[in-house]
Design a protein around this ligand. Structure first.
Ligand code: PLP
Length: 451
């Protein structure tokens, strides 16, 4: 297949973008200019079609044009452009809160809080935990991504935020990465090594557990490189929290609502979270985030974590419709089955390339870690940038992520069919072949710094 050339309309938009849009908001991998999208296909302003293996960073669980969600939004807009939640009540927010409170695991009184973007949910959770517990410290994991406000960057442990100074109250713990055990050795003891470091060493030295309000965790560390910890991690983490009276906050902003093959990702570990953070896919593409969990935390203060447009009726109507479709159409089971198929196809097809160090995932989040060679496992960032760029030229959208920007991240819409999985994996394989044959120049990707 021949790569697509950048057309004049795309080129013009790309130049206007460079002139007009702040670099602060950009992580660009190619000059995709979205005009419209349907299902799992995106069309650019020149009419070219792209299969989407990224779902706009795991946002488009139901693709881009689900009719039920669109109708629900349109019906709400017909009634009013805006109905807020801060100083009035709106029915869609009540309905969505009731739905979420009913769905979230945990046999304790729960409530819901609404925001606009995953970052504000992690930020508000921190504030409410401090108010509710009176404890000043928090724990998170190296490699985690909890948001891009100042407080959530400080909470995060991603290399992209390594120069963010702040968050002295946050202690960061190694994440049990089976492919790159932070303590050395194989994966067999990595959970115990990481949690033992926290409990036996950090708690006994710089981080008294009685001062810790909560541990924030991603059950699959997504932007950190699509790392799936061993199955014993979540139950052991929950038990550790319980031993020390520490709250467990699961950040399900990226992998919640079905992506991993369960509605909430931590159901794989058979545990409940004290708070779960949701965002991205929750609004079906409209800005919506939520915290759902223990009532006493979410009621820790009145009016202490709000925005003028939080919990607005339109976004909540979209959220409710999204959940209805996920449940009614069996999207969670489909993600489990098709995710296993996707994983198998990736292993069969890409596993033969020497630069592939590891292929891992859970349901419809898969990561392909690129290395210079399998023995050294040295991260191969240039190959990741070139493969993602070539994939775009071939008609496939995906991104790379990870602490060393060397992991191809595959988070397609959950509605992707098996035929589309085959098509996307074949395009990716072609992108590998082209890059390995030297058909993508350094200059072609130089304009796309990525991250
Ligand atoms: C796990 C996780 N938490 C929080 C966030 C922040 O969400 P947002 O960028 O939508 O504010 C992200 C974004 O990538 C994420 O992946």
């Amino acid at each position: 297949m021949e790569p697509q050339a950048i057309g004049t309309a795309v080129q013009a938009a790309f130049e206007r973008d460079a002139r007009l849009i702040a670099d602060a908001i950009k992580i660009r991998y190619n000059p995709l200019v979205i005009d419209r999208a349907e299902g799992s296909r995106i069309y650019d302003i020149e009419g070219r079609a792209y299969l989407d293996f990224g779902a706009s960073w795991s946002l488009a669980h139901l693709g881009y044009s689900n009719p039920h969600v669109r109708r629900a939004v349109a019906a709400q807009l017909e009634k009013t452009m805006f109905a807020g939640l801060v100083s009035a009540i709106n029915q869609p927010a009540l309905d969505l809160a009731e739905k979420l409170v009913g769905l979230v695991p945990g046999d304790f009184p729960k409530k819901a809080w609404f925001g606009l973007s995953g970052s504000d949910a992690s930020e508000a959770a921190q504030r409410l935990i401090r108010l509710a517990t009176g404890k000043p410290r928090l724990i998170s994991f190296v490699g985690s991504w909890h948001g891009t406000t100042d407080a959530t960057m400080a909470l995060s442990g991603h290399t992209a935020f390594a120069d963010v100074v702040g968050g002295a109250h946050v202690t960061k713990v190694p994440y049990p990465n089976p492919y790159r055990n932070p303590f050395g050795g194989d994966a067999s003891r990595v959970t115990d090594q990481c949690l033992g470091f926290l409990e036996d060493y950090l708690f006994a030295t710089i981080c008294p557990p009685g001062d810790v309000g909560a541990i924030f965790v991603e059950t699959v560390q997504s932007d950190g490189g699509d790392i799936v910890p061993p199955p014993d991690f979540l139950p052991k983490l929950r038990a550790l929290c319980d031993r020390h009276g520490i709250l467990l906050v699961v950040d399900d902003i990226k992998v919640g609502l079905g992506r991993t093959g369960t509605m909430f990702s931590y159901e794989h570990g058979g545990i409940a979270a004290d708070l779960v953070l949701l965002g991205k896919s929750l609004g079906g593409g409209l800005p919506l985030s939520a915290i759902v969990g223990r009532q006493e935390i979410l009621d820790a203060g009145t009016g202490v974590a709000l925005f003028t447009v939080s919990g607005n009726a339109t976004c909540c109507a979209a959220g409710l419709a999204t959940l209805e479709v996920i449940e009614r159409e069996g999207i969670v089971a489909q993600a489990a089955a098709n995710g296993a198929y996707l994983h198998q196809r990736l292993v069969e097809t890409l596993g033969r390339h020497d630069i592939v160090g590891d292929i891992r995932g859970l349901g419809m989040i898969q990561g392909v870690e690129l290395v210079t060679d399998r023995a050294s496992k040295a991260p191969n960032q240039p190959a990741a940038a070139k493969i993602v760029y070539r994939a775009w030229e071939l008609g496939l959208i995906l991104y790379y992520a990870g602490n060393w920007s060397n992991v191809l991240e595959i988070t397609p819409p959950l509605i992707l069919s098996r035929e589309e999985i085959d098509e996307g994996v074949a395009l990716l394989d072609q992108a590998f072949a082209d890059v390995l044959a030297g058909r993508v120049s350094d200059a072609a990707v130089a304009r796309f710094a990525g991250w």
